[in-house]
Write a new protein. Structure first.
Ligand SMILES: Cc1ncc(COP(=O)(O)O)c(C=O)c1O
Ligand SMILES: N[C@@H](CCCC[NH3+])C(=O)O
Length: 473
């Protein structure tokens, strides 16, 4: 695929050479990362680097990650939860959910900021370990872990393996026992609380692949698994894990799930005499994708969850456990944007007589599957120049052979949007690159980190040669 490169305009070149900024830059605000600003001349910068420069140096499409933004969200979540849980006398660990996006640098950044790392596969585990995250600060998830994954985790001394089924309890115990090890495990349970979007629902029975249901009380699959984990001497049962969903904007689901888990913990103690030390409440903290949307505030949610677990524990008469959480999207999502170059622009008359302008960009569902998969909404802006032309109703689409290859369903863009323009889509840091594909043999874009006016490549752009290298003829 030919890569489009954007030579900066003469004015930008001259300014970059002088290293000065004309006029005061204005921060764009949510849903953009905190380092995204626009100068009076319309030059959009990420952490001080112009989008023209990024496009010229790295081509488009490109994922751009604002390091300072990511770090401050990581430390913000850690501080908020540490403070709120210290207030009620409980400890807390924050695990960054690497599934949202993981690379060596990102693993190091979150580790620097005092977070641990939650991995879901051997690949994520390998990256966390290679980055230098200590084994005890890593968790391994997965509903279908391979023996290799379990053994790698055991040998790396991971802090916890979150077991997801009865058979896995036996496998982890056998693999640990064969090596003379005791495996630290948590049991993942399903509380019936499902959250995401703006509401949560609570159902008694679960019809999905993750975890073990608490439905049935003393006879529940969750209780059976916990008891079995207590029985196996090759396992050290650390605690109970619950993850209720993703992109949650209504925090009440966390509180309901926490109460269910704390109740199960008390029941387990009654039946076995073992009061487990830890409770993990999973990830799912929602972010803003569109202007005007309000992300969950870590300080607020930490206080609410802490108050609710304190109340539940007091009702149950059990001492507070140590807590942990696993935010992914809330750390990396807002820190990322995707830079595209506009190609074909096509006005299309739609049913109600209006015209929708289809703006095709040089990427699409291969770099962001979320609109096609979940109907996810995003916000885009023209970032390479300022236009005074009236906005039109636009749909940003990709270059793939699918009519559902939509990047932004509906957005107002200047009526003179044209080929060669630079377009940025906000809040693509989570589940963009990590869920990217090579559909239509499109090489995956690079991830470029921007820090204090300097850009560097974290993951290089794939090439057609990379794709051909996989092909054994
Ligand atoms: C077990 C577990 N922990 C953490 C996460 C991270 O979720 P999010 O990125 O929504 O914070 C997920 C994904 O939803 C998950 O399945
Ligand atoms: N991948 C999903 C979220 C699922 C997270 C993993 N449990 C998303 O893009 O929103």
């Amino acid at each position: 695929m030919a890569q489009r490169r954007h030579p900066p305009g003469a004015r930008q070149r001259a300014r970059a050479a002088r290293g000065v900024r004309a006029g005061a830059d204005v921060t764009l605000g949510e849903p953009w990362s905190r380092g995204v600003s626009r100068s009076a001349e319309g030059d959009v910068r990420v952490a001080g680097v112009s989008v023209h420069e990024l496009a010229a140096q790295h081509g488009t499409p490109a994922y751009v990650l604002d390091e300072a933004d990511l770090r401050s969200r990581a430390s913000g979540y850690r501080r908020a939860f540490e403070a709120a849980f210290a207030e009620i006398g409980a400890g807390v660990d924050v695990y960054y959910a690497g599934k949202a996006f993981l690379s060596l640098a990102v693993a190091r950044w979150v580790h620097d900021e005092g977070l641990r790392v939650d991995t879901a596969t051997g690949g994520e585990l390998a990256i966390a370990l290679r980055a230098g995250v200590p084994g005890p600060h890593i968790g391994l998830h997965g509903n279908n872990k391979s023996d290799d994954e379990i053994v790698t985790a055991l040998e790396a001394g991971v802090g916890r393996i979150i077991v997801d089924s009865l058979v896995e309890i036996e496998r982890v115990a056998d693999l640990a026992g064969a090596r003379g090890l005791v495996a630290p495990v948590m049991v993942r349970v399903t509380t019936g609380v499902h959250a995401g979007g703006h509401e949560y629902i609570s159902t008694a029975h679960e019809d999905q692949k993750f975890g073990l249901s608490v439905a049935g009380g003393a006879d529940s699959p969750a209780m059976a698994a916990l008891r079995r984990a207590v029985e196996r001497p090759e396992l050290h049962l650390l605690g109970i894990h619950s993850h209720i969903g993703s992109q949650i904007l209504d925090p009440s689901g966390f509180e309901v799930a926490a109460r269910v888990v704390l109740t199960l913990r008390a029941e387990l103690a009654e039946r076995t005499g073992v009061l487990v030390d830890e409770v993990d409440l999973g990830g799912g903290y929602g972010i803003a994708y569109l202007p005007g949307e309000v992300a969950l505030d870590p300080d607020r949610i930490a206080k609410d969850v802490a108050a609710s677990v304190q109340a539940s524990s007091a009702d149950l008469g059990t001492p507070l456990p140590r807590f942990s959480i696993e935010p992914g999207r809330a750390i990396v999502g807002p820190a990322g944007l995707t830079l595209y170059t506009v190609g074909t622009v096509k006005p299309v008359r739609i049913d109600d007589g209006r015209v929708r302008t289809y703006v095709s960009v040089d990427g699409g569902m291969s770099d962001n599957i979320r609109p096609a998969l979940y109907g996810a909404q995003y916000h885009a802006e023209l970032v390479g120049r300022v236009s005074q032309v009236e906005p039109v109703l636009a749909r940003v689409v990709g270059k793939h052979c699918e009519s559902g290859d939509i990047v932004v369903h509906e957005v107002q863009l200047p009526g003179d949007v044209r080929a060669g323009d630079l377009l940025a889509v906000a809040a693509t840091g989570a589940y963009g690159r990590s869920m990217a594909s090579n559909y239509n043999q499109v090489p995956r874009p690079p991830v470029v980190a921007v820090t204090d006016g300097r850009a560097r490549v974290l993951l290089r752009r794939e090439t057609v040669d990379d794709l051909l290298a996989l092909d054994q003829g």
